[in-house]
Design a protein around this ligand. Structure first.
Ligand code: AMP
Length: 250
């Protein structure tokens, strides 16, 4: 079983993101970039399926400019077998990513496609769902457990207030939630080995996709600074302030 994993290059989650002075975008100058954490979980799940003998090949795909090859190499160091970059200039919106991924799916015919539930930069939570719809495949989103069962995959999903398990016929699209697994660290020998693994580059035209945009980013603003809090003397003062200043109790 071939598994395709989508990995996105994003600002490292430890970095405090800043807006550019003109408010046009996030400032990416000298900022550490990394694999989107949910995509790292997707890679880990695919590699575990390979280690269990269920998957035969794991392919990591990223859509972006040349710099996203860095994240593909990280996925290769974590255990993916080969990489695919779909070359676009800068960021593209989820619908375009989904169309491009569908093009890769048609080329590679994987049985399982694993994406992150969400990218931590755009917080879109759209690409997996759109890919499932465009490719006409069933989808199991927010997965906390993935079990291959013959020609089906059972996906346990984290839904409000509990868990739901769905059985999807393969090929299928799965998106990962935080509790699916704990990704491994890439060892130095594996980082070295990853440099030699194959990485193909396709253009959107190679996949028959025209890159269009329906979205314009109007502005990027940091959240308002939080006001400093105060310490109250006792419970009576707290109640008084909640009642008469904050007016949140009667
Ligand atoms: P989003 O819909 O942007 O929140 O992203 C959800 C998931 O779609 C990510 O975790 C990735 O697995 C995949 N994805 C989104 N954008 C890209 C991209 N440019 N390249 C590869 N995968 C992507």
């Amino acid at each position: 079983m071939k598994v395709l994993v989508a990995v996105k290059r994003v600002v490292d989650y430890n970095v405090k993101v800043r807006a550019k002075a003109d408010g046009s975008d996030v400032d990416l100058n000298n900022v550490k970039m990394a694999i989107n954490p949910f995509c790292e979980i997707a890679v880990e799940e695919a590699v575990r399926l390979k280690e269990a003998g269920t998957a035969t090949e794991v392919i990591a795909v990223s859509v972006g400019d040349k710099s996203c090859q860095e994240q593909i190499r990280t996925a290769l160091a974590l255990g993916a077998d080969r990489g695919i970059q779909v070359e676009t200039e800068g960021g593209v919106e989820p619908l375009v990513v989904a169309k491009l991924l569908k093009g890769v799916v048609e080329k590679e015919q994987p049985q399982l496609i694993i994406l992150g539930k969400q990218s931590i930069d755009g917080d879109n939570n759209q690409t997996g769902q759109m890919l499932g719809a465009l490719a006409g495949m069933p989808q199991g989103t927010f997965a906390s457990e993935v079990v291959i069962d013959g020609d089906k995959v059972n996906v346990t999903r984290e839904v409000d207030g509990g868990l739901q398990t769905v059985a999807l016929s393969l090929p299928a699209v799965v998106t990962t939630d935080l509790r699916l697994n704990e990704p491994r660290y890439a060892s130095l020998p594996n980082i070295m080995k990853a440099k030699k693994k194959p990485l193909d580059v396709f253009s959107p035209a190679d996949l028959g996709v025209e890159v269009t945009s329906h979205l314009t980013q109007v502005s990027v603003e940091p959240p308002a600074e939080r006001q400093a809090g105060i310490k109250v003397e006792d419970v009576d003062q707290l109640l008084d302030k909640l009642k008469n200043e904050a007016k949140v109790i009667g």
